[in-house]
Design a protein around this ligand. Structure first.
Ligand code: DX5
Ligand code: ZN
Length: 245
């Protein structure tokens, strides 16, 4: 059985005036997960949207909601995002001094736990929390804005984290500047879950989005590390009805 690539369009690049329709469009276009970028104007220099918006858009799709919290402090808000309908909740290792506690809190809420690393943060930041993780998110831009250029320096970090993960059922996600042109490089380095904002929401129709998602998926699948194809674990693959199983 092969380890499947997950494509998670970031709705940061959607038309916010038509957010429900945009989510329905990427759902129909073949998105596996819906990536929600939450920014607080403090941890990152931009503000996006909060738990009430996540709750409002939750009925627009049955797909997995992959919620990326770029906020500090983060612990006081975990329950609100869990209740709003997040399936995966990812916090930043740099967002506070108690990462282990945050990850325990996410799992105690019944959600999948992720940790994200900014470009300057080494992979050693997650060495002692690996067994609390369902997902590691490697930022390939400095978080805060869509449409930035992919940082090649992060490919080595992706490789190292793939090796740290070993046989654990942890998804390795890449976020920032991902396009059909670099999808092969990130997959070859070991990523199995690709976030893309501007590269997906290019064009206007669901058909355009479908072509964009397919191009990223085809490039990534063609470049999968051969040894990963022996893995049978498929953590957090959207199952029947689109929920995590
Ligand atoms: C950046 C966000 C990303 C971003 C991706 O802080 O975490 O998810 O929206 O957008 P693109 O694909 O345009 O870089
Ligand atoms: Zn993100």
């Amino acid at each position: 059985m092969t380890r499947e690539i997950i494509i998670a369009p970031s709705i940061l690049a959607a038309d916010f005036a038509r957010l429900g329709e945009e989510i329905a469009a990427i759902d129909a276009a073949g998105a596996d997960w819906i990536h929600c970028d939450i920014m607080d104007g403090h941890f990152v220099p931009n503000i996006s949207f909060g738990a009430d918006v996540v709750k409002a858009i939750r009925p627009a799709t049955k797909k997995v909601f992959d919620v990326h919290l770029m906020i500090a402090p983060v612990d006081p808000y975990l329950e609100a995002f869990a209740k709003a309908g997040a399936d995966v909740i990812t916090v930043h290792a740099e967002a506070g001094p108690h990462l282990d506690r945050s990850l325990q809190a996410i799992r105690a809420l019944g959600k999948k736990a992720g940790v994200s690393l900014c470009p300057a943060t080494p992979e050693s930041a997650i060495e002692y929390v690996l067994d609390r993780l369902d997902l590691v998110l490697v930022m390939t831009v400095n978080p805060g804005f869509g449409g930035q250029s992919f940082l090649e320096s992060q490919l080595e970090k992706i490789r190292r984290i793939r090796s740290m993960i070993g046989e654990r059922p942890i998804r390795l996600e890449v976020d920032g500047g991902v396009t059909r042109d670099n999808a092969a490089a990130v997959a070859e380095a070991g990523a199995d879950t690709l976030v893309a904002g501007s590269a997906v929401f290019r064009g206007k129709s669901s058909a355009d989005y479908a072509a964009n998602i397919a191009a990223i998926r085809v490039a990534a699948e063609a470049a999968r590390v051969p040894k990963l194809q022996e893995h049978s674990a498929l953590p957090m693959r959207a199952g029947e009805g689109g929920r995590i199983r």
